[in-house]
Write a protein that binds this ligand. Sequence first.
Ligand SMILES: [Zn+2]
Length: 215
Amino acid sequence: MKPEEVKETVPSVKIETRAPVYYECPACGFLSADPRFGAGEVDCPLCSAPPDSRRCFPPERLRRLDGRIRTYEADGDSEIVVILVAAFLETLLEDILDRIMETRGADVAMRAAVLDAQRAVGQRISRLFPMLTKEQFEDAAEELGFRDFPKRWRALRAARNSFIHDTPYGGAQESIDAATATEAMLLLDQAYKLFVLINNRFVADPGRHERIVRG
Ligand SMILES: [Zn+2]
């Protein structure tokens, strides 16, 4: 089945054509989709910093990868889509954990050591995230309007794992269907929005710049 056919059977399903663009205040870490903020026409609404050197989120390397994933999706390469989206979401999670630690004043070596000690994505979600934010990831996602995201992300990881790993208890899954790839794309689109909301809640801070230790 082609992905287009799946999209037609589920009318509410709409995959974006490209990654969204957000702009970051380098002083406090606030992210905004407001084009006037990106064009440097307004000061930062959180810390009032002048509009100098605002960076784009996601960064260029992730935008390129996002574009390639969308091409694979359009070509119906469901397995590649699911594997890459799962990896992409793990990269976003690592970035947000890194940013949360940075905003707390952890230097590069410390952040790298913590992330290295917690390699597994499940541990990063269930232990590291609450340790750093004092909130469960599931609760934060729900409060920010993405209640189903953690559960759907778990299901995506399970689909990826059972395709890639030939486990003695589950048995390998021989293929990944277009519906799972569509679900992966929807999660990717949601992940950007959730990342920005988590960022603005746990990272963006007017005192951030003073605490950041450049390594
Ligand atoms: Zn700011």
